[in-house]
Write a protein that binds this ligand. Structure first.
Ligand code: PHE
Length: 454
């Protein structure tokens, strides 16, 4: 039964798998519209501050705990603090991943549908408004379900091949392709006349839009985008070699992820501005979740070579979604394999049924179930809100508290420097440690309190 644990085959494979987890719908679908709703550059600035003082230290800690504990989230906490209640935090992380996957696969399904339509030419030849196109699709009781389950099935298929042959190999191929495609789309977008307005919008801050809610939104977005607080980084880190430089790898992943979000913004926002100017209407970049699925197809349709750009864009969206979905599913699968002693295939099946089952309700909340509300939110919005804005930051808070207060300082620093083998300046190690111990937990708490009081 005790087969040796799988590991990543190479450093670059590990980095791309982790970057694949981080780079996803959060960057291409969620980031541009959240930016649009929260004052453009002001939000970006806030996002970067949150990233440096909260998210990067939490990410380093999640990585560190994962490598040290070398197991699924539940067992990791049990290994590091035997018999304590902390392992339940691990179980909550597994639950959070399952909840995210349940609504993530719905949007993954939409990308699948749009990719399909872009391939067959159905998207560009559509004559009506794209709001109707999108609305008719997501409110249909069957079609989105089919795409959601197809997306989840594809994710499961990759996971079934294991860490090296499934996750690592596919992440390498998909992330490389993704970068090439998005750069092509950015070039197309920026070369449109009038695109400069959109670029200005992204980089010139409007602080009048910043409220307590903006801070929660920026924090939630940073947690969501970096895949931290729900055991994904922890689980991937458990497959990492003991000689990896944790701080450097985390820094690289955060850098890739943020750059990618900005690049995705540059692929979308300037194009929306340019086409709006061409058609003599006001640009609408705060269109919410519909930005990518409603506004963008119209933008592609109006621009030269738009059909190719649409195809590449939705391919990129789909690739990004899959590499993130596999990291979410792997958290649940690793847990089922190791704690419930099932085979990998069996675990994939259980996860498919579980997340697919909840996913069905998330998907139906745009159609037959749209009158059904949980705390005033549709099932889909409820899962999106509680996971990104509550479960992930609370998960991050607990991870930081565990790493800063339960793990001994000597052990933290020892793991960070690989037992003193790495030449990381002492001041840097201590800065990371104190950010984890004091700054990150306090900042998360303050943001929550500020939001509750306002
Ligand atoms: N980071 C992913 C994205 O940006 C989503 C995700 C969240 C993946 C949490 C894993 C864990 O789309």
């Amino acid at each position: 039964m005790n087969k040796p644990r799988e590991t990543f085959g190479s450093r670059i494979g590990m980095l791309l798998a982790m970057a694949g987890s981080a780079i996803g719908l959060g960057n291409i679908w969620r980031f541009p519209y959240t930016l649009g709703q929260n004052g453009g550059a002001a939000f970006l600035l806030l996002y970067v501050i949150m990233l440096v003082i909260i998210c990067l230290p939490v990410m380093i800690s999640e990585y560190l705990l994962g490598r040290r504990g070398a197991s699924n989230p539940f067992r990791t906490f049990d290994n590091l603090a035997p018999g304590s209640k902390w392992r339940w935090i691990g179980s909550v992380a597994v639950l959070a991943s399952a909840c995210i996957l349940s609504f993530y696969c719905v949007v993954g399904g939409w990308s699948f549908k749009y990719l399909f339509e872009a391939c067959t030419g159905g998207l560009m030849s559509y004559q009506g408004s794209y709001a109707d196109f999108f609305g008719a699709f997501i409110s249909n009781p069957w079609k989105p379900l089919l795409y959601t389950l197809l997306f989840l099935g594809l994710t499961g298929l990759i996971i079934a091949f294991g860490v090296r042959k499934g996750i690592e190999r596919m992440s390498k191929i998909m992330i490389t392709l993704l970068f090439v495609i998005i750069v092509l789309v950015v070039i197309r977008s920026l070369s449109l006349p009038g695109a400069g307005q959109g670029v200005r919008y992204m980089f010139v801050p409007d602080f009048s839009k910043v409220t307590a809610n903006t801070c929660v939104a920026a924090m939630g977005q940073a947690f969501f985008s970096l895949s931290i607080g729900c055991g994904c980084i922890l689980t991937y880190a458990s497959y990492v070699h003991k000689d990896e430089n944790i701080a450097a790898s985390s820094g690289w992943i955060a850098f890739f992820d943020t750059s990618f979000a900005v690049i995705a913004g540059l692929a979308i926002i300037p194009a929306v501005y340019a086409i709006a100017q061409m058609n003599g209407v006001d640009p609408d970049v705060s269109a919410g979740p519909g930005l990518v699925f409603i506004t963008l197809p119209g933008v592609f349709k109006s621009m030269p070579l738009g059909g190719v750009a649409a195809l590449l864009f939705f391919l990129a969206l789909m690739l990004a979604a899959i590499t993130s979905a596999i990291s979410l599913m792997e958290v649940v699968v690793a847990y089922v394999i190791e704690e419930l002693k099932r085979s990998r295939l069996h675990a994939v099946l259980i996860c498919f049924l579980l997340c697919g089952g909840v996913g069905v309700f998330c998907s139906l909340s745009f159609g037959p179930l749209d009158g059904f509300k949980l705390f005033g939110l549709s099932v889909f919005d409820f899962f999106d809100y509680i996971t990104s804005n509550i479960m992930l930051p609370v998960g991050g808070l607990l991870l930081a508290v565990f790493a800063g207060w339960r793990l001994k300082r000597a052990n933290y620093l020892d793991e960070l420097t690989n037992g003193g083998k790495l030449n990381i300046p002492r001041w840097l190690c201590l800065t990371i440690y104190y950010l984890v111990k004091f700054v990150a937990p306090l900042a998360i708490l303050l943001i929550f309190i500020n939001c509750i009081l306002s």
